[in-house]
Design a protein. Structure first.
Length: 357
């Protein structure tokens, strides 16, 4: 079965991902220096292009921009500096960037907004990164930001009334039973195994992969992760609508968000089990403080809508989703204050720099 597709809102209107992805952009800017350092220290660009004058880079889960363009520019600038530092400025390779996302992604918006002064050749690659996308040993650098938290599917146990992991009246694992969280973790493990196996075949020896995804510290329970609590908050809006007779309870019981936030202690064994990549750097980072969200809760609701509207609409329909987010707007000031008190941090990122053995 093909992985489910959950594209971000396309276009550039009020609820588009283009206009409501500031938090992801903050993360891209926040990790840029660390990513540049990892590339400068661990990526031998001279040997990678010893047999070819083309350096191939892939951004997996690129969405519609503009964040992907910022990330790719950071990567290229660092590689160019590496060449100059080795006295190879006159032998600069040509750069080929592959922008990947599901076929349902708004590639029209992506390519219509390509930077006109870019120093690379651009190609779109539709398809799920949970599987092969490129020829064997063809990529020199792989980047993915805010994409790997999406699962290929909702764990089947969550929809089985006879399972201990049946997630009745909830849409995520934040405040659910441990069996629910364990089912999510098991699905993430399966998906990462597929992802790493595919990238191991596609990445040249000595190539690098940088993965950035929302996660949580090892000593933090998922009930303290604000992103998880925000999804639980949207679930409470749906249950309010159930109580008002606007949505059937069974509709909510049969819906779960296919998103999981791992910890370093979960991620490291998956990379080690794959055995094709060495972990050059892995750490949790906090791009923002809790106070930011208290100032502008409405902006974060818009951010949630831009990223999550598609998956909600597919299940509930447009009118229900419009009502749900309207209720979220109305409840947000007081409710967000409560969530901030419950959570440990606004935004924790898991950063990994992996090198192909």
């Amino acid at each position: 079965m093909a992985p489910e597709a959950y594209p971000m809102n396309g276009g550039d209107d009020t609820y588009s991902y283009t206009k409501n992805s500031n938090y992801q952009r903050d993360a891209t800017n926040f990790v840029s220096e660390i990513m540049k350092a990892a590339i400068a220290e661990k990526l031998d660009v001279k040997s990678l292009t010893s047999t070819s004058n083309t350096l191939r880079i892939a951004d997996l889960g690129c969405s519609v921009g503009p964040n992907t363009f910022v990330a790719m520019q950071n990567v290229l600038e660092t590689m160019e500096k590496n060449y100059h530092s080795q006295g190879l400025g006159s032998k600069m390779p040509e750069f080929h960037v592959f922008f990947n996302d599901h076929a349902s992604n708004d590639f029209n918006t992506l390519f219509s907004s390509l930077p006109p002064d870019r120093q690379y050749f651009a190609t779109g690659v539709p398809g799920s990164f949970h599987g092969r996308l490129f020829p064997e040993s063809s990529l020199h650098f792989v980047h993915s930001s805010y994409a790997l938290q999406w699962l290929t599917k909702v764990p089947e146990e969550l929809l089985d009334e006879n399972s201990r992991a049946w997630n009745k009246a909830r849409i995520h694992y934040a405040c659910a039973k441990e069996e629910v969280a364990n089912a999510y973790a098991a699905q993430f493990e399966k998906d990462m195994e597929i992802f790493l196996n595919a990238r191991a075949k596609e990445t040249v020896v000595g190539g690098m992969m940088v993965l950035i995804l929302p996660g949580h510290q090892d000593d933090i329970h998922h009930s303290q992760v604000l992103a998880c609590l925000l999804y639980d908050f949207l679930g409470s809006c749906l249950m309010d609508m159930v109580n008002a007779g606007l949505v059937g309870e069974a509709e909510v019981d049969s819906f779960n968000l296919p998103v999981y936030f791992p910890s370093p202690n979960e991620m490291a064994p998956l990379v080690e089990r794959n055995a094709c990549f060495s972990i050059e750097r892995m750490e949790m980072m906090r791009p923002r403080s809790n106070t930011d969200i208290a100032i502008d809760a409405q902006t974060l609701i818009m951010h949630l809508r831009a990223g999550m509207e598609g998956v909600f609409t597919k299940h509930f329909g447009r009118e229900i989703v419009d009502e749900m987010f309207e209720r979220a707007f109305q409840k947000s000031p007081a409710e967000f204050s409560r969530l901030l008190d419950l959570s440990s941090t606004l935004n924790s990122l898991l950063f990994l720099a992996l090198k192909r053995k």
